[in-house]
Ligand binder design. Structure first.
Ligand SMILES: Nc1ncnc2c1ncn2[C@@H]1O[C@H](COP(=O)(O)OP(=O)(O)OP(=O)(O)O)[C@@H](O)[C@H]1O
Ligand SMILES: [Mg+2]
Length: 507
């Protein structure tokens, strides 16, 4: 059925939203048809989340109009949006970790029987919804015990429980494994087949081409165009988003490895639940090379990185940085030993939300020259450093005094990357360095990683994106079940071979 004959379920016209110093949305028109998946693309800071937050009633537009199922609305808040059938799954889940699936789903919407909470009835309803839409989940499970992909299903069930038939998914695949992402796409198709309409935000162009019925592109707050997934390519979408051609591959020469900078021997590290997540891992990274760790998330990568950076205790085994035993180092000692770290969880370990961009840019060096002279901070040097990095890394912000909290997701990540890349270091540990980053900025960050390598920095890259590992690494280490099961030179690391090793087959 062509769009012309499909019912319009959501429409915005001339939506404008300003924040101090920023025109976040500039007269945006958007149309969503019944049963369609509309992908919304755009660079970091283009205004995607802002637009969605207005449709969900969290922000009010300064100008413009919204129609929901033909009715002109002025949404009073999320409750109002929910009552009109709009549901939103935010990138940072809003579930209560210690409560069960059923408890989370009914939170704020409790089923009562004679004034008491009827948990049985709630569980039955959750079960019914999960069956109807193929959202496999155990209603009695406790949230913190579930993998991320399942937690996300709970968020979707929560929206459906409130009768959502317009679903907003803001970067739902950023934290999913490729398997979990494919499962989500199947669920999305099941939902649209039953009349649900979906707005889907992602930076992964392959995903857009695989699932979208329609594509809208925002650039600097304006809707600059739409594209047809039948005829669009990754390159054409990238160009439409960024406004220039983007190199989707990494260009680099062969590595010239020097001395060993990082050595890990038989490392054992426990996870939060006391299980041995890293169970005897060994690897080494030499100066001037990129060692990429490939693996399905949850095979000990996170715990290994946290142990390397002093954020998690080591049970046994050894870590050497430049020949110095550093397994018992604090995070500050690790930093001072010449190690840079791009953390997986930027909200938790990367930034201080209430600090300015300028202060975040010197977070681990503010007490050193030139940023401090003895006890006095040198504001001028701190500001000059930050101004330069904001320009170089294209951080979209009104200024360097803006708080990290008000940056868009991808721009937060850029601040961390800029800070960690601008220190003179021996070892760079990059965990999911481009998560949530737009294609144009990925190109830039990849170039920076190669530049660091060519300057003689040892790079340990951990990424859930196999494409990223294969295109950047000089050697590939495959992590499975807490161990490095194989290390291959890049020439031997074919997709198939690495994929089999990641699945636990000992090739
Ligand atoms: N609460 C806020 N206060 C001030 N500025 C904000 C706020 N929310 C968003 N902005 C600004 O509005 C602009 C658009 O941000 P938005 O979060 O919508 O971008 P986005 O397209 O979702 O980007 P990303 O891909 O990085 O998530 C950015 O310049 C951002 O800094
Ligand atoms: Mg966003």
């Amino acid at each position: 059925m062509s769009n012309a004959t499909k019912e319009v379920v959501l429409e915005t016209k001339g939506i404008t939203k300003r924040f101090p110093g920023v025109l976040a949305n500039d007269r945006v028109d958007l149309t969503l048809h019944k049963g369609e998946i509309l992908a919304l693309l755009g660079e970091n800071g283009a205004g995607k989340s802002t637009l969605m937050n207005m449709i969900y009633g969290l922000y009010h537009p300064d100008e413009g109009d919204i129609w929901v199922k033909g009715e002109h609305v002025r949404l009073q808040g999320p409750r109002d949006a929910i009552n009109r059938g709009i549901g939103m799954v935010h990138q940072h889940f809003q579930l209560v970790p210690v409560m069960t699936v059923a408890e989370n789903v009914i939170l704020g919407e409790e089923v009562t029987s004679g004034g008491r909470l009827d948990m049985r009835a709630a569980q039955r309803q959750v079960q019914a919804l999960s069956q109807k839409y193929g959202l496999a989940v155990d209603a009695t499970a406790v949230i913190e015990d579930l993998p991320v992909g399942t937690q996300q299903r709970v968020e979707i069930i929560k929206a459906l429980y409130r009768n959502a038939d317009i679903l907003i998914l803001d970067e739902p695949t950023a934290v999913l494994t490729p398997q979990e992402a494919n499962e989500l796409f199947r669920i999305m198709r099941d939902l649209t087949a039953q009349g649900v309409s979906i707005i889907f935000i992602t930076h992964k162009l392959k995903e857009v081409l695989a699932v979208a019925d329609n594509i809208g592109v925002l650039r600097r707050g304006q809707m600059v165009g739409t594209a047809d997934p039948e005829t669009a390519t990754e390159a054409s979408l990238a160009e439409l988003m960024v406004g220039r051609k983007v190199l989707l591959r990494v260009e680099k020469s062969d590595a010239k490895p020097g001395q060993t900078v990082l050595e890990i021997r038989d490392l054992q590290v426990k996870d939060d639940r006391g299980q041995m997540a890293v169970a005897g891992a060994s690897l080494e990274v030499r100066a001037g090379e990129i060692l990429g760790v490939a693996g399905v998330q949850g095979n000990g990568q996170r715990e290994m990185v946290e142990a390397l950076t002093g954020l998690r205790p080591v049970e046994s085994g050894q870590i050497f940085v430049n020949g110095r035993e550093s397994a018992r180092f604090s995070p500050r000692q690790v930093t001072e030993a010449g190690v840079a770290h791009i953390p997986e969880d930027r909200e938790k370990h990367g930034l201080v939300a209430a600090y300015s961009i300028a202060d975040n840019m010197v977070l681990n060096r503010y007490y050193q020259r030139p940023f401090a002279n003895g006890l006095a901070l040198n504001r001028e040097a701190i500001n000059e450093n930050s101004q330069r990095l904001v320009e170089e890394y294209d951080v979209r912000t009104p200024g360097i005094t803006t708080h990290a909290r008000s940056l868009s997701g991808g721009n937060k990540q850029k601040v961390i990357v800029a800070r960690e890349f601008s220190r003179p270091v021996k070892l760079l540990i990059a965990n999911q360095p481009t998560r949530g980053i737009d294609v144009g900025s990925i190109e830039f960050i990849h170039k920076q990683i190669v530049t660091q390598r060519d300057r003689g920095v040892a790079v340990l890259l951990i990424s859930a994106e196999l494409d990223e590992v294969l295109s950047l690494s000089d050697r590939v280490a495959v992590m499975f079940d807490g161990r490095i099961v194989k290390t291959l030179p890049i020439a031997e690391a074919t997709r198939e071979r690495v994929g089999l090793l990641m699945a636990g087959s000992d090739q």
